[in-house]
Design a protein around this ligand. Structure first.
Ligand code: SAM
Length: 420
C-alpha cells in the first residue's frame, strides 16, 4: 500500500503535469481530495519547489538523456532531482519512490529501469555542483521585457530572488507590529508588517481572534499611500480576497469592497468575519459600477500579469504568455478612468499592480496624467527607501529588494489627487 509520502509525491506530480504539460495555474488545479491537509500542503510545496528549480534540474539531467523521455517521466525525474539536491532528501528513498511512481503511470512500466539508473547517478551529485548552478531563467518573452526595462543585472537579481520561497508576512489589525512580533517570534519590518520564516498559519497565536492577516509587506503599502481616515467613504475596487479591504476597515473607513468574482468575494467575507471588521461587499464589474455618492478615495488594485509575485507563484512563468497579458493593459487604463469618475473633486486614487512590467505601472501613470489634465500626484508621507521612488512618480518595488531579509513582492503603486 502506498504511504502518505508516496501519495504526496503522486499528488505533486499531478500538479506539475497540470502546470508544465497542460499550462494551468496551480490555483486552478483542485488538490487530491483523498489527501489529508498536511499531505496537500506537502504536495503543493514539493511542486512549487520543483517549479522554482526546473531549469537547474534539466541542466543536470541533460547529459544523461539521449532523447527526451515522455512528459510524465520527465516530470518525475525533475521532481526527484529537486527533492534530493534542493531539499536534501536521502537519495535511496527518493529513487525508490520515483521508480514506483513511474510504474504506476499508464504504459510507463518499461521506463522504470531508466528512471532508476538516471536517478542513481543524480543521487551521487556533489551538492556544491548543484548549489553552483545559476538560478532558473525566466521565459524568453518576460526576460526580454524586464531586461529592456530594468537591465540584465536586475533581471539576474530577480531570478535569484525567485529561486527562494517567500517568507510569511502578517499585517496586525491594531497596527501594533511590536506586540505581534513578540507574540509570534517574528521580525518587525519597516512597512509595519511582521515577518516569519513560515509555518502553519492557522496555528499561529491570534489567528482565531483575527488579530492579523497574511499580506506581503509590499501589498500592504498601497493602503498606507492612500492614508485612509476614520469615516471616509472609500471603495476598494478589485478587492478580493481582501487584504487591503481589511486595512481600510481597520483604519475606520466606510469601505465598499467590490470584485467581479463571487468565489473570491466568499474568501473576502470569511476574512472579514475572522477579523471582526466591516465592509459593504459588492459583486460587480468595475467597468460598469458607479457609487451612489462621490467617494473620498478609491483604491484600485487592478488585475495584472502578477509577475511581481513569482516568488510565491512559481507556476506563473510556465503558464502566462505575452499574448495573454496584453489585453490587461487596456483594461487597466479603462479602470483608472472609471475610478477617477467615482472620486469627488479633491479626492484620492491609489492605483497599484503586483507587476514587474512598466506597461502595467509607470506607463499607466504617464498615460493617465496625459488623459486627465489637472490630475496630480498626491504627496507621499510614507517613509521608504529613496530608490523605491519612481522617477515619473509613484513607487517601484522589486522582488530583489530587501534580499538580506527575505525580499518582497514586485509592485508599482501611485497616489493621485483629482483636481478640486
Ligand atoms: C490583484 S487581485 C486583487 C487583490 C486584492 N486587492 C487584495 O489585496 O487582496 C485582482 C482582483 O480583480 C478582480 N477583477 C478582475 N476584473 C474585474 C472587474 N472587471 N471588476 C471587478 N473586479 C475585477 C479579480 O477577481 C481579482 O480578485
Amino acid at each position: 500500500m502506498a504511504g502518505q509520502s508516496d501519495t504526496g509525491r503522486a499528488a505533486a506530480l499531478a500538479l506539475l503535469q497540470g502546470v508544465l504539460d497542460e499550462k494551468r495555474l496551480l490555483s486552478e488545479i483542485a488538490p487530491d481530495a483523498a489527501l489529508a491537509p498536511a499531505g496537500k500542503a506537502r504536495a503543493r510545496r514539493l511542486a512549487q519547489t520543483t517549479l522554482r528549480h526546473v531549469g537547474r534540474a534539466d541542466a543536470l539531467l541533460k547529459p544523461h538523456l539521449r532523447r527526451l523521455p515522455p512528459p510524465v517521466v520527465r516530470q518525475i525525474l525533475r521532481m526527484a532531482v529537486v527533492e534530493m539536491l534542493e531539499e536534501g532528501a536521502p537519495p535511496h528513498g527518493v529513487v525508490n519512490a520515483a521508480v514506483s511512481l513511474t510504474r504506476a503511470q499508464p504504459n510507463m512500466g518499461a521506463m522504470a529501469n531508466f528512471v532508476n539508473a538516471v536517478l542513481r547517478k543524480m543521487g551521487q551529485t556533489d551538492p556544491a555542483r548543484w548549489n553552483a548552478l545559476p538560478p532558473q531563467r525566466l521565459p524568453g518573452w518576460l526576460r526580454g521585457r524586464l531586461d529592456s526595462a530594468w537591465g540584465r543585472k536586475a533581471v539576474e537579481a530577480m531570478e535569484a530572488a525567485h529561486a527562494r520561497a517567500a517568507p510569511l508576512d502578517l499585517t496586525p489589525r491594531d497596527g501594533d507590529a511590536g506586540a505581534l512580533a513578540a507574540a509570534t517570534g517574528g521580525q518587525v519590518l519597516p512597512t509595519g508588517n511582521v515577518r516569519l520564516a513560515g509555518g502553519q498559519v492557522s496555528a499561529l497565536p491570534g489567528y482565531d481572534t483575527g488579530a492579523w492577516w497574511v499580506q506581503d509587506a509590499a501589498a500592504a503599502l498601497p493602503v498606507r499611500l492612500l492614508a485612509p481616515q476614520p469615516g471616509e467613504r472609500i471603495a476598494d475596487l478589485c478587492a478580493a480576497p481582501g487584504g487591503k479591504t481589511l486595512q481600510l476597515a481597520a483604519a475606520g473607513a466606510r469601505v465598499r469592497a467590490l470584485d467581479i468574482s463571487a468565489a473570491r468575494l466568499a474568501r473576502l467575507r470569511e476574512n472579514l468575519a475572522r477579523t471582526g471588521l466591516a465592509a459593504d461587499v459588492v459583486e460587480a464589474d468595475v467597468l460598469t459600477w458607479q457609487p451612489d455618492v462621490p467617494l473620498d478615495a478609491v483604491l484600485l488594485d487592478a488585475p495584472c500579469s502578477a509577475t511581481g509575485t513569482i516568488r510565491r507563484h512559481p507556476d506563473l512563468p510556465f503558464v502566462k504568455t505575452a499574448r495573454g497579458i496584453r489585453p490587461l493593459f487596456d483594461v487597466q487604463a479603462q479602470m483608472i478612468d472609471r475610478a477617477l469618475n467615482m472620486v469627488r473633486p479633491g479626492g484620492r486614487l491609489v492605483y497599484c499592480t503586483c507587476s514587474l512590467l512598466p506597461e502595467e505601472g509607470e506607463a499607466q501613470l504617464a498615460a493617465a496624467l496625459e488623459r486627465h489634465p489637472g490630475l496630480g500626484l498626491a504627496p507621499v508621507e510614507v517613509d521608504v527607501p529613496a530608490h523605491w521612488r519612481a522617477p515619473g512618480g509613484g513607487m517601484r518595488l522589486r522582488p530583489d529588494d530587501w534580499s538580506d531579509i527575505g525580499g518582497l513582492d514586485g509592485f508599482f503603486m501611485v497616489a493621485l489627487r483629482k483636481p478640486g
